[in-house]
Each structure stands twice: as C-alpha cells, then as structure tokens.
Design a protein around this ligand. Structure first.
Ligand code: C5P
Length: 239
C-alpha cells in the first residue's frame, strides 16, 4: 500500500506586489481563479490523499463557498487562516494534517501550471530520501554582488538552480524543521531551506519553466500567454 500523502497549499498572501486589492490567488485565468487551477491538479492526482488550503484570515468561508464547492474540490479537508509570513502559513497548515499522513507536499497556491507529471516525479524522488524539490537550472550567468553594486564574483552556473514548488518531505522531518526554525529565529520563504539546515538530504528534480509563480502583473501577462499556448497545443493535438 502506498503511504498517505497530504498537501499543504499556502495561499494566504495579500498580493501586494500585484498592485491590486484582490489577492492574486483569486484573480481569474481563463475564467477560473488561479487557486482553483492549482487545486485541480491535486484533486486529480491519485498520489494525493488530502489537501490543506491556507487562505487569508477571514476568507475561509468565502473560499469554501466560492472556490471549493463550485469546482468540486473534495480533497480539501481543511481550510485554515494563514499567518503574517509564508512560513507562518505553511506551519499552520502543517499542524492540521491528519496523523496518518507520512509525506507532505508543499506547493504555492499561485503556481497554477504545475503538471501532474512533475508532481509525480517529485513525490517519487522523495520516496528514496528525506525530501525532494522541483528546481530549474539557471539560464543566465549569476553574479554575486557587493552591497556597493560592484561584482564580487561569478559562481559556477552549472551548479546553480532556482527552487520551485512542489517540495515534498517526510512529515516528521518537515514538522521538526519548522519547529526548529522558530526556536532558532529563522525565517525562510523556502521549505527546503529549513530542512537542509538540519542536515537532511534533499533531492533535486528538474522542474519546468512554465511552473511560474504569479507574483507581479508581468507574471499575470505571462500566465495568459501560457494559457493561450496550451490551448493552441490542445487544438493541434486534436487535428
Ligand atoms: O509572496 P510569495 O510569492 O512568496 O508567496 C508564495 C505563496 O505563499 C503564495 O501562494 C502566497 O499566497 C503564500 N503566502 C501565504 N502566507 C503569507 C504570504 C504568502 O500563504 N503570509
């Protein structure tokens, strides 16, 4: 029998960088809220057994009525209010998942283009170690820059990746990593960073370039382009 996998979807950001009053996770893409696009991937995956959705404080009921019920998102068993930082939001989500869950997938609510195939690859990779994350190799040459704006050095690009989500960990390890981070006063926007600092081994699985995080208005434009591209690909495949 496969072990139980829970997902925590942090979606409690205020979306300030988007410059709109509606948080970005509730904006529509192709007529459907961004967050619903994301949740549908988890709903459809046979590898996911339960989902905890973390939403802005006070929006729990609205999310259940306007997102979960109309779109039939039955795997979401918990809708919990988030905290001041992403870390606080994930921690709140983590504390509500069922005791039977063995692994936890953390995935940003604002990454709606996660493919079922990437989700599967990261979960499978996590089964052979402490955890696994999706990440993409750098395309441009990175520079380490002094505070005064001049180049300090040029790190080797071949070894550098940009972390994405999904990130998958054994539940006990992730809870330990979060608890220790609070004890040590560490705050991170990356779950893996909290696990790595305790010496656990995290595998890297190559992510996809369209698994973007919708943060700014430019990202929303790019997301609309990705939707159009996918639509024309589907049309071509039908011919
Ligand atoms: O702000 P950032 O781009 O890092 O957000 C990544 C994800 O974390 C988003 O889905 C956002 O809604 C979520 N988040 C959260 N609670 C916060 C801040 C961000 O759940 N306090």
């Amino acid at each position: 029998m496969t072990s139980r996998v829970a997902a925590v979807i942090p979606a409690a950001g205020s979306g300030q960088r988007m410059g709109r009053s509606t948080p970005k996770q509730f904006l529509r893409l192709d007529g459907v809220p961004i967050l619903v696009h994301t949740l549908k991937v988890f709903e459809a995956s046979p590898l996911i057994h339960e989902v905890c959705l973390v939403v802005p404080q006070g929006r729990e009921k609205q999310c259940r009525e306007e997102l979960l019920e109309p779109y039939g998102l039955k795997k979401v068993t918990q809708t919990v209010p988030g905290g001041a930082t992403r870390q606080d939001s994930v921690y709140r989500g983590l504390s509500t998942i069922s005791p039977e869950a063995v692994r936890v997938v953390v995935h940003d609510g604002v990454r709606p283009f996660l493919s079922p195939e990437l989700l599967k690859r990261v979960i499978k990779a996590s089964e052979t170690g402490d955890g696994a994350i999706a990440a993409v190799p750098l395309k441009d040459t990175p520079k380490y820059v002094h505070e005064n704006g001049t180049v300090d050095r040029t790190p080797d690009r071949a070894r550098l990746y940009l972390a994405q989500t999904p990130q998958v960990f054994l539940k006990n390890i992730l809870i330990e990593a979060y608890s220790k981070a609070y004890v040590d006063g560490v705050n991170s926007t990356d779950d893996s960073a909290l696990v790595e600092r305790l010496g656990y081994r995290v595998r890297v699985v190559e992510g996809t370039w369209d698994n973007i995080k919708i943060t700014t208005a430019d990202d929303l434009d790019l997301a609309e382009k990705i939707i159009r591209m996918r639509r024309s690909e589907r049309k071509r495949a039908k011919r």
